[in-house]
Design a protein around this ligand. Structure first.
Ligand SMILES: Cc1ncc(COP(=O)(O)O)c(C=O)c1O
Length: 305
């Protein structure tokens, strides 16, 4: 597949050439991390470009800003139309990643961000394949702890939150792992730097609750619904670190990572050290859904053309 670079971005209500979407150096978000973002995927199935759970991403997009009184100046409908039209304007006919974001603009060094602070909204998109090896990745538990609700709300998808993710990722790579797993402030499993985590143990699928500082991931929620429909029991509960070493299967979920099997943690094999049966089953159902091939989940798909 030929890679593409999008000619157009969407910026404050207008389509502009990508190289013209620029901000002043005194943009508040550059200094203080006051930005909100989402990541969506568009899946090309040779007939149409399917955007996965568009409305749910936009709902979370607005809610993240609400926590910090950062105003999204466009309606949900305006954002979803802008995303669809940006795909059309760029004539995208292959799978892609779509990144809408909004941020506090020129507001001096004022930390009293209110709903009246100036904000800008933009959407960019680019070519994107697999984030990880779909046969499985090696993960290590980070020495950094996940940000928590009592200081930096983990439910808000803010640019600044990802400093924590960056520290954990740097450490994982330094230690020769593909990805890191973060614990919360109590030492329970939270999530990965950009993915939620699930384990399979004693036939049950278990994932940490949002009170363990896990983002309310849209892929996570999709997986919970899919596996329940397949007859599995899903339990949201705290997961102590050592259960990671006893799990039969472990996988990560996220828009970018989709369903990624974890085959070793801290150098110990997960199960038999290969992608597990249940993980593969979920991954295959998920990829059929995103390709628009599963009628039962057609309401999760927005076709661009
Ligand atoms: C910290 C974090 N956790 C989990 C996820 C997975 O969320 P989603 O499935 O909505 O992409 C993401 C990605 O957005 C993330 O950044």
């Amino acid at each position: 597949m030929k890679s593409f670079s999008a000619k157009f971005a969407w910026f404050d209500g207008k389509f502009v050439r990508s190289e013209e979407a620029k901000v002043p150096v005194m943009t508040h978000a550059i200094h203080y991390g006051t930005s909100v973002f989402e990541g969506l995927r568009g899946y090309w199935n040779s007939k149409n470009l399917n955007i996965f759970r568009l409305d749910d991403h936009i709902k979370r997009f607005r809610n993240s800003g609400k926590i910090y009184s950062i105003t999204l100046k466009f309606t949900n409908k305006e954002i979803s139309n802008a995303i669809i039209w940006l795909c059309k304007k760029n004539n995208v006919r292959q799978s892609c990643y779509i990144r809408p974001f909004y941020f506090v603009g020129e507001y001096g060094i004022n930390l009293n961000v209110t709903e009246k602070a100036p904000t800008h909204t933009a959407i960019v998109m680019f070519d994107f394949g697999d984030l990880f090896n779909k046969n499985g990745i090696k993960a290590g538990v980070s020495s950094w702890r996940r940000i928590q609700d009592i200081s930096t709300p983990s439910l808000a998808k803010m640019g600044g939150n990802y400093l924590n993710s960056i520290l954990a990722t740097q450490e994982a790579k330094r230690n020769g792992y593909d990805e890191s797993i973060l614990l919360d402030h109590l030492g329970n499993v939270s999530e990965a730097p950009g993915e939620n985590i699930f384990i399979l143990r004693n036939e049950n699928i278990v994932t940490p609750p949002s009170s363990s500082s896990a983002l309310e991931g849209i892929t996570r929620e999709s997986v919970i619904e899919i596996v329940q429909n397949e007859g599995y029991k899903v339990i949201e509960r705290e997961i102590p670190r050592t259960e990671l070493y006893l799990a039969d299967e472990v996988f990560l979920t996220g828009t970018a990572a989709e369903i990624t099997p974890v085959i070793s943690i801290d150098g110990k094999k997960v199960g038999n050290g290969r992608a597990g049966k249940v993980t593969k089953q979920i991954s295959s159902i998920y990829s059929n859904i995103t390709m628009g091939k599963n009628k039962k989940y057609a309401h999760w798909i927005t076709a661009v053309y």
